[in-house]
Each structure stands twice: as structure tokens, then as C-alpha cells.
Design a protein around this ligand. Structure first.
Ligand SMILES: [Zn+2]
Ligand SMILES: [Zn+2]
Length: 156
């Protein structure tokens, strides 16, 4: 990835033990450290963070899972709710022990096509899905460990 490549270049310029060949021109000044060291994602921080304005982000595990699902699906996915702080979760009437508060859940805007894909691949992704008959306009997925395990798949 370009990010890794740039980080590597930056390391060469900032690593004191690395000496350029005698014939090469020594840089006058090392470039500024590369600031963007987070992995690239299909999703922006504003899509992932709590919508109350507190700017809290979810755990990396659910971001990675969303990227894995998005890459496999091959089409755009709209996230309606990912991370929620406790106050915001309470305000919108979320479950008190919601996996959204823990930062390991995501609600995806529902379409018949995406729902079918998620249901067909839930086991492969190791995700838990809330009963789709109870989530009319979204698909809730999360990474919480449950007795039912990831093989718990709804057929609707
Ligand atoms: Zn919040
Ligand atoms: Zn949810």
C-alpha cells in the first residue's frame, strides 16, 4: 500500500543508522515524520464515529471486519451507526449493554442484496447478526462472543 511505502521511505530518511552511499547527495533536512500511520479503510472516520459529536471511534476489529465485508461484497455499503458513546446510545434507545457502546458493532443500511450476502457469509466472516425481522431498515452485525457462535444464521 502507498501508506506503507511512504512510511518505509520516511524510515530510511529518519533512521540514523542508515547512511546514504557516498556518491548520493545527503538530504539537508529529514522530512517531517509521516503522520498518517493508520491503515486505509473503505470508510471515513465520520462514518465510523459516534453521531453525537463526541467523535469516539469504534475498535479497530470492527473497522477491519467492515473492510473485509466491503471488499468481498464489491459494492458500496452505507453505515448508519457504528460507535456509540453511552449517552448517545441511551438517547436513541439502544440496548443498555449494546455492542455499539463497546465499539464492536455496526448497522449497515439494508438492501435485499446486501442482506442476502451477509446472511450467506456470516459464518465465514465470524459475525453475529441481529434477527433481520427486528431490524427493518438496517442490518446489525457485531463481534461479541456468544454461546450461539458465528454459525448462528437467520433464514428469512
Ligand atoms: Zn457520542
Ligand atoms: Zn446495531
Amino acid at each position: 500500500m502507498i501508506t506503507n511505502f511512504l512510511a518505509k521511505i520516511n524510515k530510511i530518511f529518519t533512521d540514523k543508522t542508515y547512511t546514504l552511499p557516498a556518491t548520493a547527495v545527503q538530504p539537508e533536512k529529514a522530512p517531517e515524520p509521516f503522520k498518517e500511520d493508520k491503515p486505509m479503510s473503505f470508510f471515513t472516520e465520520s462514518e465510523l464515529m459516534c453521531h453525537c459529536g463526541c467523535k469516539l471511534l469504534p475498535q479497530q476489529s470492527i473497522i477491519d471486519k467492515l473492510d473485509e465485508i466491503r471488499a468481498a461484497y464489491g459494492k458500496a455499503i452505507t453505515l448508519t451507526s457504528v460507535k456509540r458513546c453511552e449517552a448517545h446510545n441511551k438517547k436513541i434507545g439502544g440496548a443498555p449493554k449494546s455492542a455499539h457502546v463497546e465499539g464492536i458493532a455496526a448497522d449497515l443500511r439494508r438492501s435485499p442484496d446486501l442482506l442476502k450476502f451477509i446472511l450467506d457469509n456470516a459464518e465465514r466472516f465470524g459475525i453475529w447478526i441481529e434477527d433481520p425481522t427486528k431490524t427493518a431498515t438496517w442490518i446489525h452485525i457485531d463481534l461479541r462472543k456468544r454461546d450461539v457462535g458465528p454459525s448462528h444464521v437467520f433464514r428469512i
